[in-house]
Design a protein around this ligand. Structure first.
Ligand code: G4P
Length: 281
């Protein structure tokens, strides 16, 4: 299986970020807590140079709590301001404001010394597609927010969402396209559902998932499948197909259908809280 992306989209998205970044104090980067490294685009380091940086480990409800803690520590040590969030339920959202304030405390202090009080910090959300940017903005902004009109220097049509007296958020998130520096990154992005399934070999993907789970989460896999897992991944997928009643032409296992069920259950957190990569500490 070979994973790739369309360069045209990337250039356009990157340009949007470059145009807006000068208006921003802090970049709030969302990563997927199940793959906190593979769900980043390394170009953000250059794009966000000189800005304060917040990393939110989103979808942490789907990730392994132990590794989520390790990843948080890993990014904290690198100097990012971090928080765990579940944008869907709203869990952890309330901490984000404090994290932003902490990241921008020097700026706030500088403003205060110059007699500027209550000037809100300006933030931009960034992240790869499907990481949860829109869900996060809706959850973070909630109902209390007000949209402020165009500001000087902002491309016409740009809107700021006034979150509270401290923070203004650019309403258009920065889309960073994932970068497939190696095929393992592509595989992890495909597993969490960040790559259009139409272009993937779903049986191969499901077999890879079974291989990873058998290695890193064998008990969880066995419990989920409900049978002995000491077989090759494709054999396990076949047994699973039969168990779930996925058949074509009489008795033959419908491997593709089984692959879809397995991947859906994984992505929806039904197999368990699973992280696909570890920080290199
Ligand atoms: P994007 O703007 O970055 O492209 O992502 P978006 O907010 O559209 O979110 C992509 C999917 O991820 C959505 O699911 C959304 O509900 C889900 N999501 C976002 N944050 C979280 C989280 O913290 N935890 C979990 N479990 N899911 C999250 P969807 O299937 O496209 O829609 P829906 O069925 O949830 O409505």
């Amino acid at each position: 299986m070979y994973f790739q992306w369309y360069p045209g989209h990337m250039t356009k998205a990157k340009r949007m970020m470059q145009e807006n970044i000068r208006l921003i104090d802090v970049i709030i980067e969302l990563v997927d807590a199940r793959i906190p490294a593979s769900s980043r685009n390394p170009d953000i380091e250059q794009l966000a140079a000189g800005k304060k940086r917040v990393i939110l480990l989103n979808k942490y409800d789907l990730a392994d709590d132990i590794y989520t803690g390790e990843w948080k520590e890993y990014y904290d040590k690198k100097g990012y301001f971090t928080a765990l969030v579940n944008s869907k339920s709203g869990k952890g959202i309330r901490d984000v404001n404090n994290v932003i304030m902490e990241a921008c405390k020097e700026k706030i202090e500088r403003d205060r010394k110059r007699g500027i009080l209550n000037r809100p910090v300006r933030a931009m959300i960034a992240g790869i597609p499907n990481v949860g940017k829109s869900t996060f903005i809706n959850s973070f902004a909630g109902k209390a927010c007000t949209r402020t009109g165009d500001k000087p220097g902002v491309t016409k049509g740009k809107q700021w969402i006034r979150l509270n007296k401290n923070v203004e958020l650019l309403d258009t998130p920065g889309i960073l396209w994932p970068k497939f520096e190696d095929q393992d990154i592509g595989l992890r992005l495909a597993l969490i559902g960040s790559i259009n399934d139409d272009i993937l070999q779903l049986e191969e993907l499901a077999a890879e998932l079974i291989l990873i789970l058998g290695r890193d989460y064998p008990e969880m896999l066995e419990k989920y499948l409900g049978f002995d897992i000491s077989y090759e991944p494709y054999e396990l997928l076949e047994k699973y197909a039969i168990k779930r009643g996925c058949r074509i032409k009489g008795d033959e296992a419908d491997m593709k259908r089984a692959a879809i069920l397995l991947l859906d259950d994984y992505r929806g957190g039904k197999i368990g809280k699973i992280t696909l990569e570890r920080p290199q500490i």
